[in-house]
Ligand binder design. Sequence first.
Ligand code: ADP
Ligand code: MG
Length: 155
Amino acid sequence: KGDWMNQLELNTMNTDETSQFAERLASFLKAGDVIALEGDLGAGKTTFTKGLAKGLEIKKTVNSPTFTIIKEYKGKLPLYHMDVYRVADAFEDLGFEEYFEGDGVTVVEWAHLIEEQLPHERLTIFLYRGEGDTRKMVLSPMGERYEQLCKEIFR
Ligand code: ADP
Ligand code: MG
């Protein structure tokens, strides 16, 4: 455990700051990366995804995919945006694996709801509402790839 372990928490003061952090994160991502987003309704998961999409040079507007579960966007890398809030059965096979192992970046809102289907190695980001427009983000890397990624982001 290096010093970076202390730096996995960061606070944002407004929507733009959350978006900007995600945009920066995007510049470190590569095909096959999986980002799991956790946090209550309104915590900023979709806002984060929009920023990430901007970083991937996606031109289309990214909206909450609640009713479609999976949306695909073309960018510098493809983005697979999932919101699994309405997945009725945690084990239902909606072909997630193909996305996780695909040639894009996957972002999963409410990821724990399909925990059993997630790749073990992933970057989980917890978002918490603070006072007003403040948010706390806690990054939890699982596996070597994501530990390295976190080191790079905070360097
Ligand atoms: P979720 O997808 O987690 O339900 P959304 O991103 O859809 O959350 O909504 C977050 C809402 O909170 C948006 O209206 C956004 O503008 C607002 N907001 C205010 N401050 C922040 C912040 N610091 N980070 C992210 N969103 C924020
Ligand atoms: Mg959302």
